[in-house]
Ligand binder design. Sequence first.
Ligand code: FES
Length: 568
Amino acid sequence: MSDDGKMTGLQQGLTNYGDKDFSLYLRRSFAKSMGYSDEMLDRPIVGIINTASGYNNCHRGMPELVEAVKRGVLMRGGLPIDFPTISLGEVFLNPTSLMFRNLMAMDTEEMIRAQPMDAVVMIGGCDKTVPAQLMGAASADLPTIQLIVGPMMTGRYEGERLGACTDCRRFWADFRAGRVGESQIAAIEGNLATTMGTCAVMGTASTMACIAETLGMTLPGTAAIPAVHADRLRAAEATGAQALATARLGLTPAKLITEKSVENALRVLLALGGSTNGILHLTAIAGRRGVKISLERLNELSDTTPVLINLKPTGVGYMEDFHTAGAMGALLRELEPLLHLDCPTVTGETLGDRLKAAPGFVDRTIIRPRDDGFEDVGGLVALFGNLAPGGAILKRSAADPTLFEATGRAVVFTSLEDLAERIDAEDLDVKADDILVLQNAGPKSPSGMPEAGYIPIPKKLAQAGVKDMIRISDCRMSGTAFGTIVLHVTPEAAVGGAIGLVKNGDEIRLSIANKTLELLVDNAELKRRRQANPPQPATPTRGYAKLYADHVTQADQGADFDFLMAQD
Ligand code: FES
């Protein structure tokens, strides 16, 4: 029993048989069947969330990480017990991993709550796993530390350095345009992802790792350590060693995930030139603690936060370069005047305390000083207008500035299937200055908001040398992708959003200077179209798909389930 009288270790959260003493006796008896001694069973427990899966290449290092966390827990007198939750391997899930993020968040929350533990270490890495775990932990509100699995190392192809998955997309675009042949693309396929760990660039996984560290939910300096580096295992051991101390300090996610720390995380997202998925996930994580993110506030922060990181897809480097360049410590020190430094972290230090440590070497080719950024303004911008009354997101740091002020003719695809069928058709009526629009791919559509916003350049234009076009959709884009791509249009077509009313030949105006996205069609005509074409959301009749369709919120709410968000 702890000093404050709270039950600890195996004694808490007993299975209900109507007799507490019997429940504990039975639990200890069954635990002893696993070979534990009385001394171990009397210790406080640190649960360890083990997300190993044969369907998750990014988490291949999980067994070693779990062992290292256990070492740390044992070192401090705790009993480490690992347990599984579902694991989400980005490229192995159909129709899209986002659909299952909320399921993993529920699994995480409920297993933390249902099983006896005094603190928990969550090990995650691949795109949806880090936000899912943070969402679950924010709701369960037990003392929690997150450990990131770490990014992959780069590979080589004919002397060129390759890393998943910005280079995957670049070579695939070259293959579609005929600049790379069949045998070359096969060789490239074998050299894009060559080690365990998450995608090697500043994609969604790396962005979320940096956000987790900024929120104070990980140990300092651990977001960017490569998955194969011995420091990654030392970080795991240190995380295990910290867990009970975090519990003794009473530092639960409610104390860490606050309006101020979320604003710090937004600053970091913008300075990284981070993934567009980052805003969706951070909105969902914050929403679990009742913190609302306004896209208007995102724009205010974006106007005063320079992009400081030179990593793909915005720049040229990879996560291994970020690690050796000084990583999050160096970035946060550059941003220090813009941050709320009094935010607590899992160690009990404030963010400001963390930044007092000696800065060490900083590679300025990868991390620039605040007054000399790669871009003067943040990587993301929110757009508003009659086409996106609830907002839309553009990653301007990965877009072509020559397309920032444009009016173009819409070329519309009504669904993912329509897109796949017609995008490469010879008779597709499309020109380089047209605007491609993909409808019915938002959260409540049958496809569940996939990463299909990176609409391919139509083959005949790609072969003619066109590299970028304005593309608009209500779905998402991989954090590793690039282009002048407007995403997360809200409300989506499936709930009656104006994006579902666009027709071929309509004019659309994009203005990054004004932060607007306008469909140049008068209201009377839009009303007529709305009456003639009622929205068609997905209507599954059973199982998780039904739960998802019935309860998923729009992108500006983080696409969380309405019943899981903090109640006002
Ligand atoms: Fe796991 Fe990219 S596939 S992070």
